[in-house]
Each structure stands twice: as structure tokens, then as C-alpha cells.
Design a protein around this ligand. Structure first.
Ligand code: SAH
Ligand code: SF4
Length: 436
């Protein structure tokens, strides 16, 4: 099987030239793949029938991932097992009206909706909750304009700045009563980084995903009733894997999502555990998502214990590299901080975080640790979470508590593994209840 999905216009032009076709055919295939998001070559009705037949005969397929399983959480979060062409699987999470990154990740939505306040108690208990911060603003009635001023109204993502006018949401989300959704996508099968608190780490690294397989997770969802062009969607590269250890394919997927599928990069956030060469390359990109760095500790000693990768690139080196990223208007860097009870959640740690981030255009997303089988950490107490958040806010840093989504189906941060493990025959994760 040769996958068309994932090829850029240049590659498609070469392919068409090789078949003796005119260059405009490449554009038609490009539009069919990324705008119409067809599921098969047969559906590319703008192409001559003879060309479609020839493509199929030569082994070309659209090659999108297949949604092999779905789990639905009580909070509306859905987790999908996405099967790739070679049978490898990853997980993709869909969070309607969710925050999985867009609230508290530096995007406008985080600020705009912070009027819906949550408490530290709720974060630990795993109930519905919303971030709070020191830059809280009232929700706007018309929330069609994002931070960068891009219009994402009825013209959807196809109408960029200046074209089309903002109106209320029209997509299926609005019909269901949601204002937006976040899609959390995976960049690798498993992960090599070995953070001690993360379930994905237990898989080890199986392979990188291609740009088409990364962007394909979004395209497939779109084929299942989500209207990318109409609904207000945020993308977070926070699923399985370390995007900056698969840098070229990750950035390739960003280009497909932006240029092909019309999703503004201002609606995307990539999270890295701190891969220094990746951050340095990222700083030079002209089209790029926002950055979130998984800080997770306030000094190198603690960070080395929970994230052994710190031995290679320490906190000071990471912060120096982050500060070299030319930030866009109203862009902030998000620092994620997984609170592990008794490990990194005490006032002394909050003070150190304040020192580290002093003077930076930074926000902090506190994530209450989500438990996983075989991982020996504890959740922080609600009181410690509240004190930690309070100290950062007091110190002048916008600080949010990320609302845990889909814990009941193991879809929350750091919990992506279970169905993948089952598919690939990894044992020992049978006690988790799941609604299928
Ligand atoms: N590999 C990237 C992106 C995926 S992980 C990274 O590490 O940044 C996304 C976020 O989930 C990271 O901030 C990570 O620290 C956090 N995370 C991992 N395991 C977690 C767990 N069990 N509970 C809460 N957050 C977790
Ligand atoms: Fe990999 Fe991120 Fe999990 Fe660390 S937290 S093991 S980098 S997925």
C-alpha cells in the first residue's frame, strides 16, 4: 500500500508528472485529500476515471488511519485507537468543549473562559473543573475571533484573516451545545523518553509516525461527524510520543494541517519534554504551533529523578533555548507541571519555579498527576495544589490547573497506552474499566 495522504503538493506534482499527467492534477488530489478529505481514491471525483484506476492499480491508496476502537468518558471525552497501515496503533483523544491544552496553554480560550472557576479539590478528585488564573476575564459572547485575530466563523478555517465574517458557530459542535473541542494527537508509537510518572513510557518506543499518520488522526475524526471546516477545533500534540524526537514528521504534519486542512497554527500547541535540539530548530520555524514545555520540577535534582532526560539537557539549558523563540503578539510559553504528591508539590518548589520563570512571558499549567498501574507516585493533596497555584499567581505567573479529562477511560494526560498495549499483546493492564 502506498499512502497518498501525507504527500505535499510538491510530491504530488512529481507523482503526477511521473504518470504523464498535467500539474493541475496534483492540486486536485491535494484538495481531495486535505479539503474534501475523501476516504478512497474512488471518491476523488475531480480526477478522470482512468487516472483513478491507474492510481489504484499501482498500489496507491488514501491511506488514512482506521479508527479501530472508541471509548467514551462520562465527561464527553472520547479516546480512539487509530490503526496505521502496518497494524501499529496509537491513541487520539477528542475533548468537546474541553481544555486538554487550549485552556491554560497560552491560547486565548484559556484566558477567555477562565471565568468558569474550578477548585483544587475538584482537580484531585477528578471531577469537572476549570482552570483559574490571575488574568481571568469574562467570557465573550462572540468567541469566533481567536487571539491572533483569525476569523473562524461560518467560513470556518477556510476563511483566513480578512476573508469571511465572524458569526456564531455553525458546526456539529454547536448543534450539540459545545463551543469548541480539542483534539489531542500522537506523534510516535510509544515513547523513548522514559518519564517515570507516565504510562506511555512503559511501552518504550516502537516507531515514529509519518507526517500523514499524525495529520491523518485529525482527518479521520473529521470523517466521523466532526466538521473541521466549521467547528472550532484546537489541536494539541500531547498524545503518545515526544514530538521533538520525530521533529521532521511532526513539522511536516503541521504544514499539512495548516496548508492542506486550513487549521491555523495559532490553534495548535506542541508539548515537549525538553529535547534541546528540537526547541532550537523550532525557534527558527516561521509557521509553528505554540510551545508547551513539560517542566515538571523546580530543580535538576528532582527533575532527573522523574525525567531522566534532564541528565542530557538540564533546566537552565532548556529555559535558555525557550527564551530564544521569537514570540508572536500575545504569545506565551506554557510550562506544564505535573504535581506529584510529596515530590515536587511543596512551597519550596513553587518558590523555585517562580525564580526559574522570572521575567519570562510564561504561563503555568498545573496537571494533577493521573495514576496508572505500576506507577508508584501519589496524587498531591487538594490543599497542596491550592497553595502551589496560589503562590505562583501571587508571584505574578498566570497559573491554571488543567482539568483532567477522560480519566475513567484512561484518556487523561500520561494515561495513553492501554488499548495500544492490548493490541500489541502487552500484558498487565486489565484492571481498568472502560466503556466501549
Ligand atoms: N511527550 C510530550 C507530550 C506528551 S505528554 C511531553 O512529555 O511533553 C503531555 C503532558 O502530560 C506532559 O506535560 C507530561 O508531563 C504530562 N503527563 C505525563 N504523564 C502524566 C500523568 N500520569 N499525569 C499527568 N500528566 C502527565
Ligand atoms: Fe514520553 Fe511525554 Fe510520557 Fe515523557 S511524558 S514518557 S516524553 S509521552
Amino acid at each position: 500500500m502506498r499512502a497518498l495522504f501525507g504527500m505535499g503538493l510538491g510530491e504530488l506534482t512529481e507523482l503526477m508528472a511521473g504518470l504523464g499527467e498535467k500539474p493541475y492534477r496534483a492540486r486536485q488530489v491535494f484538495e481531495a485529500l486535505y479539503k474534501q478529505r475523501v476516504g478512497s481514491v474512488e471518491e476523488m471525483t475531480t480526477l478522470a476515471g482512468s487516472l483513478r484506476t491507474r492510481l489504484v492499480e499501482e498500489g496507491w491508496r488514501v491511506g488514512l488511519p482506521v479508527m479501530a476502537q472508541t471509548a467514551v468518558s462520562v465527561d464527553g471525552t472520547e479516546r480512539y485507537l487509530m490503526k496505521m497501515g502496518d497494524g501499529e496503533t496509537v491513541e487520539t483523544v477528542w475533548m468537546p468543549d474541553g481544555d486538554g491544552g487550549e485552556r491554560g496553554d497560552g491560547s486565548e480560550a484559556a484566558v477567555e473562559e477562565a471565568g468558569e472557576v474550578e477548585t483544587a479539590e475538584e482537580a484531585v478528585a477528578g471531577e469537572q473543573q476549570i482552570p483559574s488564573g490571575n488574568d481571568r476575564k469574562k467570557s465573550k459572547d462572540n468567541d469566533n475571533c481567536d487571539e491572533s485575530g483569525d476569523v473562524v466563523g461560518d467560513g470556518g478555517y477556510w476563511s483566513r484573516r480578512g476573508e469571511g465574517r465572524a458569526r456564531s458557530n455553525f458546526g456539529t459542535l454547536a448543534e450539540k451545545g459545545f463551543r469548541r473541542a480539542t483534539i489531542c494527537i500522537s506523534s510516535q508509537v510509544g515513547c523513548a523518553v522514559n518519564c517515570q510518572f507516565c504510562l506511555t513510557a512503559k511501552l518504550g518506543i516502537r516507531r515514529n509516525l509519518t507526517a500523514g499518520e499524525i495529520a491523518g488522526q485529525v482527518a479521520v475524526l473529521n470523517r466521523h461527524g466532526i466538521q473541521i471546516g466549521k467547528d472550532r477545533i484546537n489541536l494539541v500534540f500531547m498524545g503518545m510520543g515526544e514530538p521533538f524526537l520525530n521533529y521532521d514528521e511532526f513539522m511536516g504534519s503541521v504544514r499539512l494541517l495548516v496548508a492542506g486542512m486550513g487549521i491555523p497554527e495559532s490553534r495548535m500547541t506542541v508539548s515537549t519534554s525538553g529535547i534541546l535540539p528540537g526547541i532550537e530548530a523550532f525557534a527558527k520555524e516561521t509557521v509553528r504551533p505554540k510551545l508547551a514545555l513539560s517542566l515538571n520540577a523546580s530543580n535538576d535534582v528532582v527533575r532527573e529523578q522523574i525525567m531522566p532526560v534532564t541528565r542530557k539537557w538540564n533546566i537552565a539549558a532548556l529555559l535558555e533555548a525557550v527564551q530564544k523563540i521569537p514570540l508572536r503578539t500575545r504569545e506565551w510559553v506554557t510550562f506544564e507541571y505535573v504535581l506529584l504528591g510529596g515530590v515536587n508539590d511543596q512551597p519550596v518548589h513553587a518558590r523555585e519555579v517562580l525564580d526559574l520563570l522570572a521575567g519570562m512571558r510564561a504561563k503555568v499549567n498545573l496537571i494533577v498527576w493521573n495514576p496508572g498501574p505500576g506507577i508508584e507516585y501519589h496524587q498531591p493533596t487538594p490543599a497542596d495544589v491550592a497553595v502551589f497555584q496560589g503562590m505562583l499567581i501571587e508571584g505574578g505567573i498566570a497559573t491554571y490547573i488543567r482539568r483532567p479529562r477522560g480519566r475513567d477511560i484512561y484518556a487523561a494526560c500520561g494515561q495513553l497506552k492501554r488499548t495500544v498495549a492490548e493490541e500489541s499483546g502487552v500484558q498487565g493492564l486489565v484492571e481498568i474499566s472502560e466503556m466501549m
